[in-house]
Design a protein around this ligand. Sequence first.
Ligand code: COA
Length: 187
Amino acid sequence: MNAFDEGPVGIRPMVRADVDALAGWERHSDPRYRMYDVGPLGAGEGDSLWRALSEPAGVREPFVAEIGGRVVAQLVLRDIRKDDRSAELGIMVDPALIGRGLGRRILRAFAGYRAENGYRRLTLEVAADNERAIRAYQAAGFVTRGERRGPAYPGATTGRILRMETDLAAPPFTDSHSCQPPSTSSP
Ligand SMILES: CC(C)(COP(=O)(O)OP(=O)(O)OC[C@H]1O[C@@H](n2cnc3c(N)ncnc32)[C@H](O)[C@@H]1OP(=O)(O)O)[C@@H](O)C(=O)NCCC(=O)NCCS
């Protein structure tokens, strides 16, 4: 146990400077997760990553999770549907910190943060063989609603992909969670 296992999780909108923190993360030792490696980033690659995470504005919105001032995860909302108050979620935890319960804590904090901002539903798609992610999602309250076949990411072989979602109107997201208000310097 250390500060990352015990410290409160803060959620805030991501800013361009956070890309540099992500670029300093170590790479995944498990080859199955290599597509989630971020750095090192060459000239211009940081800007490309930032655009991929944040554009088009209003449809895609990036966030970070912090513990003790250190960026420990990156989250993105895609396909934001204001009419439906829903969006599709993506998440990457710092590879140095995965598999120790942080993912589920961050997902819970993020769900609470979004519920507080009027969201009703978060959806996601996950490769059926990404057991670690599925267990973390389930522990954070996501349930499987269906599945399809396809590549889990560009270039991947075709496989089973689960559709999962969480209802933010249901407890515990409507009350107990640990998060910070959005930064005023957010994009
Ligand atoms: C998915 C992710 C966000 C989850 O965060 P995390 O901090 O690793 O999650 P947690 O530690 O809360 O939970 C992990 C669960 O998987 C289990 N687990 C850990 N390593 C595992 C492995 N190699 N295979 C299967 N399960 C594993 C853990 O035991 C735990 O489940 P349990 O508590 O029910 O036993 C993180 O692993 C990550 O960033 N992965 C790379 C990016 C990714 O896959 N994103 C999701 C794309 S849809």
